[in-house]
Write a protein of this length. Sequence first.
Length: 198
Amino acid sequence: MTTPAGTRASRVERRREELVERLIEVFLDRGFADLGVADLAAVLRCSKSTLYAVAPSREQIIVAVVRAFFRRATARVEADLDASADPRERVGAYLRAISAALAPASPAFFADLDAFAPAREIYKSNTRFAVRRVQGLVREASPGTDAAFAGAVAGQVMEAIHRGEIKAETGLDDSAAYAALASLIVARMTTAPGGRTA
C-alpha cells in the first residue's frame, strides 16, 4: 500500500518527467544555448522554481534534458528493432530508426550540442553505443571479414556524423546521414559474397 509520502514522491517524479518531456520538445525545436531558465519558464508557462525541480542549475537542466532525449531515442530505436526479422534487414532498420529518432532535432539543437561540452559528451557516448550495436548486427547478419569491414565503415561514418564532418562535406543533417548510411550498408551486405541480391 502506497503511503501519502510515497504518493507525493511519485507525483513529484511524474511532474518532473512531464517537464523533461516538454523541455525536450523545446530543445529540439529551438536549441538551448540562448535560453535561460526564465525563458524556459515563460515557454512552459511555469515558474523558475518549478523548473529547478528538474535540476538545481541551468547547466544541469540542460544535461538532464539532453540525457533524457538520448535515453528516449535509444529506447525507441531498440523497440523498433524486430528480433524475428532477417539479420540484414535489422541492420538497415536500426540505422533508419536512428535517423527517425534524430529527425525532429533542429540544426540549432545540433549546433548547441556541439558547443556545450557536457551535452556533446552525452551525444558522443550515445554514438559509441550505437556504433558497437551496428557492428554487432553486421557481424550477426554476415559473419566474416567483409562483415568486419562493413561494421568498421559504419562505425567510422557514424563517428564522422557525430563530429559534424558529414554535414560539412555533404550538407546532410544527422538524420539524413543515418538514412543514407543505412542504404549504403544494406546495399553492400545484399551484394557481398554470400549475401542476397536485391
